[in-house]
Design a protein around this ligand. Sequence first.
Ligand code: SAM
Length: 281
Amino acid sequence: MEFKRLKAILEKHNLWAKKSLGQHFLHDESICHQMVRHISLKEQTVVEIGPGPGSLTDILLKTEPAFLLLIEKDQRFIEILKEFECPNNTEFKIEQADALNVCISELLANHGKSEPYHIVANLPYNVGTELLVRWIKDIGHIASITVMLQKEVVDRMIAKAGTKDYGRLSIIMQSCFDVQEVFQISPEAFIPPPKVWSSVAYLKPHAKQPEPIVLRALERLTNIAFSQRRKMLRASLGKILPLTLWQNLCATLEIDETKRPEEIDTATFLGMAQICSKEKI
Ligand code: SAM
């Protein structure tokens, strides 16, 4: 949506950006196009979180998805969104809801949709990471996720072992998805401009997913290891896990226990979680 059109919509409806809802509205149409260029959404089921005044919605409708579901918490935008023109072969629904409290596949099932869905969103930055982690529970239904977030969060999602950004988020997201950064966006692309640069990430679920019990073990292990990031593994995990299990992990996965957690790659953490889950740790 062009700057002038977006400003006109905001002024006409007397709307202002609410900081508490992480509202920064995109006014650069070319960025919205760029956000969907790498995926084919035609005839697909698509979910947009936080459409706001609809800059991205406008472009999503032009891709002619079979079904577009919008989930927006702020009541003020619902009537505006209802006025959007919809292509003939697209079904378009709006839910006023807190995305943190809904299961997307259940919402879609209520509309008779059971196909894998694509999420596309300029996420509210205050809850963006939390939403991504929650969506892992629904991963079996997800075809892809394309999200705009603070650049710093995307840096952490894609970071590799041995780098300063590598941590829990990198390990958990990379265990479940192939994660790529698509492009970066400067603050001027938004009304009001945020304080930081943003980035678009594209996440494609791995064909083989870790079992839920393995994921839970991974969350616990990474929590212990990275809450004491500067400590050697033997002083963090080695102190908390039963000695025989720790020795088994180190021997089986060839872990040097004098290393720090940021030096251990995602595959090794996942290997640890697989072994620990069998021990119900
Ligand atoms: N999509 C619009 C755009 O790109 O211009 C707005 C993006 S703005 C960064 C985030 C949007 O998410 C806002 O419309 C806000 O009201 C909405 N939002 C914030 N928290 C939400 C939540 N918990 N559930 C659903 N929507 C939420």
